[in-house]
Design a protein around this ligand. Structure first.
Ligand code: KG4
Ligand code: ZN
Length: 347
């Protein structure tokens, strides 16, 4: 096995990212650079990501991100061993922009091309940050995803369950919008929740009565909307304390569902009797402190290590794509110029 240096590209949602990762066998991988250009302001007026706006921004920003990632790493294209790119799942325009950029770089330099599944990128992050051994349990919880996976190998994942409708981050963002709080909703709802009483409003914890690890979060938003409208009708607006209590109650509901489903996922995972059990999290919602504390407590109960990678590698980034590319490459996988963008691509 030789030392490898990969450039990674990511553009499947609303972050344009490029990164350089080096891995010498027997040593921990090194993130030599990781550039992320967000688009929050571009979509701020729309209450969600607008695919056409995102695709255009990716096309504009990819080259700049690549240049900056190479410069920060002190590398040129000739120092690299391959180019890894997110080939899905995600918004088709963005994924296409990334794949076309990677193909251009590959054609110009002769470097091999490695297509990466965005979810595999998140799911392999514990190996980038902590050299976690397979198998481990992974909770992916972001604005677009929510699922439990057992990572068994670089391309071998089994899905234990996930959301059947909204992702928790999406629910946080919609809640913020309903309460007039700034986007992204997660951090602003969390801030409000700190001042609130989580017991005042009892929001539903859907699907806890059913076995398995599936979850549902769309009803929560409807319940919140109903309470908000009731309060507004009652006293002509929302008091500051009302808003804080709504946020606290909402956050508690999400936390309780994720904690309980984590218990079930851990039970299933531990029945496979791995040697060193680990629950790792990834995705922007993993930044939530109340959720983290709840998951830590669950892991303690189960005698399992809890791993939360640094936030910059939990949220969308290209270092995880470069790393997943290295893992695929070491497993003997490369792609050609026929690599296609796959908007839907389950693990
Ligand atoms: O992983 P990410 O950066 O992008 C994708 O969705 O793929 O996650 C962003 C999501 C947003 O919905 C944001 O509101 C949520 O993560 N988020 C949080 C917090 N910080 C970010 N949700 C809850 N609490 C937070 N502190
Ligand atoms: Zn993501």
């Amino acid at each position: 096995e030789k030392s490898l240096i990969f450039l990674g590209l990511e553009s499947s949602c609303d972050d344009t990212a490029a990164a350089v990762v080096r891995h010498a066998p027997g040593t921990p991988p090194e993130v030599l650079s990781s550039v992320v250009a967000g688009q929050t302001e571009l979509h701020a007026d729309f209450g969600g990501v607008v695919p056409e706006i995102a695709a255009r921004a990716h096309t504009e920003k990819l080259d700049i991100c690549v240049e900056e990632a190479l410069e920060t790493a002190g590398m040129s294209l000739t120092d690299l061993d391959a180019i890894a790119v997110t080939a899905g799942p995600g918004l088709i325009g963005g994924v296409l922009a990334g794949v076309m950029c990677a193909k251009g770089l590959s054609a110009g330099s002769g470097l091999p091309l490695v297509g990466v599944n965005h979810l595999a990128g998140h799911a392999l992050t514990p190996r980038l940050t902590d050299q976690t051994e397979f198998p481990y349990l992974m909770l992916l919880v972001s604005g677009g995803h929510c699922q439990f996976l057992i990572a068994k190998g670089p391309e071998e994942f089994s899905r234990l369950g996930g959301t059947i409708d909204d992702a928790p981050g999406e629910a946080f963002d919609k809640t913020a919008k309903l309460l007039g709080l700034p986007q992204p909703g997660g951090p602003s709802v969390e801030r409000e929740a700190l001042k609130g009483d989580e017991t005042r409003f009892r929001f539903p914890r859907p699907l806890l009565d059913r076995p398995g690890c599936d979850m549902s979060f769309s009803g929560l938003k409807t319940a919140l909307l109903r309470e908000r409208d009731r309060l507004v009708a009652e006293h002509g607006g929302l008091y500051r304390q009302d808003r804080a209590d709504l946020c606290a109650g909402f956050q508690a509901a999400i936390r309780d569902v994720l904690a309980e489903k984590s218990r079930r996922a851990l039970s299933e995972y531990l029945s496979l009797s791995p040697t060193t059990p680990t629950l790792a999290v990834a995705g922007g919602v993993a930044a939530n402190k109340s959720l983290r504390m709840a998951l830590e407590a669950v892991c303690e109960q189960f005698n399992t290590a809890f791993l939360a990678p640094p936030l910059a590698l939990c949220t969308d980034n290209a270092a995880m794509i470069a790393w997943a590319g290295i893992e695929r490459f070491r497993a003997g996988q490369v792609d050609g110029m026929d690599l296609s963008a796959r908007p839907r691509w389950p693990l």
